[in-house]
Design a binder for this molecule. Structure first.
Ligand SMILES: [Zn+2]
Length: 275
């Protein structure tokens, strides 16, 4: 999605309106949808800073976002059906492209709201007109929207089984691939070896990149990999992993829903049954 930092307003513009990390949608008789440009503009007196998000190839007009004021009351405006909803609950209802743009919107809004003052001197930060930065007029300190890369890895056994684990915090008996945040100074490969050793105590080799997915909860980028088991028995980390096992393709537990990169990794492994 290319971005132009300050395009002019256009009749075909589209809006993602947010408030405190949630997005505003319209719950109409025919289902949930984003607001039209006209509906969004009717709320413009409640907008904070407007940020352009970019445009889609072949579409006239840009996607924009603005955060609504904290005191904005969706029940007091002349637009019935407005509801604030979180990104997670719209993952299945919005189309993937719109959902991704909404994730970009909440992250830009969070970044802008949380960086009004300089982290170094406390001075007022100003939004750049030409790039996605905020800078302090007093000392030049500059911030960029923050991304937290995380690796997610499906470990395959030479006998064809996959290692899946159940996180202690999950309310349902679901098993998934292992994941963890990249530490400063680590390569993605370093991170995979460390996370796998910490969480299940095994050693892996043959790390292969699969795909990535923006994961705006709140600002992650998931980088998906396959790896091959090399040595070690599974020893779940007691504080994080409730259980971890080798599963064959015929004896799968509950796995994550479609749409997540964890599921895409598992589906890819499943598709190689005949290989
Ligand atoms: Zn400063």
């Amino acid at each position: 999605m290319p971005t132009a930092v300050r395009p002019t307003a256009h009749a075909d513009d589209q809006w993602i309106l947010t408030r405190a990390g949630k997005i505003l949608i319209l719950d109409a008789l025919d289902g949930q949808r984003m607001l039209t440009a006209e509906e969004a503009e009717s709320l413009a007196t409640h907008f904070g800073e407007r940020h352009v998000l970019g445009y889609l190839e072949g579409v006239t007009g840009h996607w924009w976002t603005a955060e609504l004021a904290a005191e904005f009351d969706e029940f007091e405006v002349d637009l019935p059906g407005l509801i604030f909803t979180d990104l997670r609950s719209t993952m299945a209802t919005l189309d993937p492209i719109t959902w991704n743009i909404a994730g970009r919107a909440t992250q830009i809004a969070d970044w802008y709201r949380d960086n009004q003052n300089c982290g170094r001197c406390g001075g007022v930060m100003e939004l750049s007109e030409t790039e996605r930065t905020m800078s302090c007029a007093a000392d030049g300190f500059t911030t960029y929207p923050r991304l937290s890369p995380a690796v997610i890895v499906l470990i395959e056994h030479p006998d064809g089984r996959a290692l899946l684990a159940r996180n202690i915090a999950w309310p349902m008996p679901m098993y998934s691939t292992l994941a963890g945040f990249v530490e400063p100074g680590e390569s993605l490969e370093d991170c995979i070896h460390r996370e796998v050793a910490e969480e299940v105590g095994v050693v892996v080799t043959d790390v292969r990149y699969f795909a990535s997915q923006p994961w705006p909860f709140p600002n992650s980028l998931m980088l998906g990999f396959f790896a091959l088991w090399q040595s070690g028995k599974i020893v779940p980390e007691a504080e994080e992993i409730a259980d971890a096992q080798w599963f064959s393709r015929d004896e799968l537990p509950m796995i994550p829903p479609h749409g997540s990169i964890a599921r895409a990794l598992i589906d890819d492994w499943l598709s190689r049954r005949s290989a």
